[in-house]
Design a protein around this ligand. Structure first.
Ligand code: ATP
Length: 291
């Protein structure tokens, strides 16, 4: 059973659907045949997670450029929130890091190393992605968690589940970790799926995290619990958040305002309130929505 899974994950790692808004992997493999290991690619391991975008330009196809000579430095271990109007390019910025798309100008480095000189599988092994759309397959809950790192021990799986606050869910299920989920098994709620996704990443333990924050709200209790797990998950990792919540934005070490063409401003909440008219507007609109 695991063989096909392993085969797929070797190509696309653990994210068949990539970041939300990102195409299904089959389409990706069709449309981006040029994303492959360089002949002299090296395996990335134990990265600290210092990220740099240097004069990065990118557009989808031949249309207009979404990013034009974007520079961004994220020190290892920091949390950066990307904010900006819909369609500005927040997801695109994050999609370049695991090389779901290839930069067309400039470069992206991690710990000073151009990500194109790393093998794709090793690069992606260093990045965890949490998004709304969680990929589940028909199998036991244990197998679905272990998908975060094939070969993980029972102890590690249980530990990851506990840290993702999935242990209560497991206890409530008739067959615990052996419960079948997916189409013919138990149907998990949106919140439970999110926790499962978080457990997978605790298991994977990557130095870099991309968090595509949900726009649709879960109930307040669930939301709070998941936020806590996510905060814990982000501890000690370089975290890029495609942010939709004021609280996330304000808690970030740095906020990056993305506008047509790229990054228009960056700084702390206080700095941006002073210097970025767009940030002030976005912040006002958010506050109003939440009021
Ligand atoms: P949102 O907040 O709505 O998620 P965003 O800031 O994340 O928006 P992106 O998803 O990065 O924005 O999109 C930036 C631009 O690139 C948009 O004009 C979008 O239509 C376009 N775009 C995004 N993905 C693709 C794709 N796979 N193919 C073609 N164009 C795309």
């Amino acid at each position: 059973f695991f063989r096909p899974v392993e085969k797929i994950s070797a190509v696309i790692e653990t994210y068949p659907k990539g970041i939300a808004g990102f195409r299904r992997y089959t389409e990706l493999l069709d449309t981006q045949p040029d994303i492959a290991d360089a002949a002299d690619a090296v395996a990335a391991a134990n990265l600290r997670g210092e990220i740099r975008y240097e004069a990065v330009s990118f557009g989808y196809g031949v249309g207009r450029r979404v990013l034009e000579r974007v520079d961004l430095h994220i020190p290892a271990g920091q949390t950066v929130a990307f904010v900006g109007p819909s369609g500005a390019g927040k997801t695109t910025m994050c999609s370049l890091l695991p090389r779901f798309y290839e930069v067309q100008g400039g470069r992206v480095t991690i710990d000073g190393i151009d990500i194109r000189s790393m093998t794709l599988a090793s690069l992606r092994s260093q990045i965890g992605i949490v998004q709304q759309d969680v990929f589940l397959f028909a199998g036991t809950l244990r197998e679905n968690i272990a998908y975060g790192r094939l070969g993980a021990s029972e102890e590690e799986i249980r530990d990851a589940a506990r840290r993702a606050r999935l242990d209560g869910v497991i206890e409530a299920l008739p067959e615990g970790l052996d419960t079948l989920i997916g189409e013919r098994g138990v149907k998990l709620s949106g919140g439970q799926k999110q926790r499962l996704a978080i457990a997978r990443i605790f298991l994977k333990n990557p130095p870099i995290l991309i968090l595509d924050e949900a726009t649709s709200a879960l109930d307040t209790e669930t939301e709070k619990a998941i936020q806590q797990s996510l905060t814990e998950l982000a501890q000690g990792r370089t975290t890029l958040v495609i942010a939709h919540r004021l609280a996330t934005i304000r808690n970030a070490d740095r906020i990056v305002v993305v506008e047509t063409g790229g990054v228009s401003a960056q700084g702390t909440h206080e700095e941006l309130m002073r210097h970025s008219p767009l940030y002030r507007r976005l912040n006002g609109a958010q506050a109003e929505l939440l009021a």
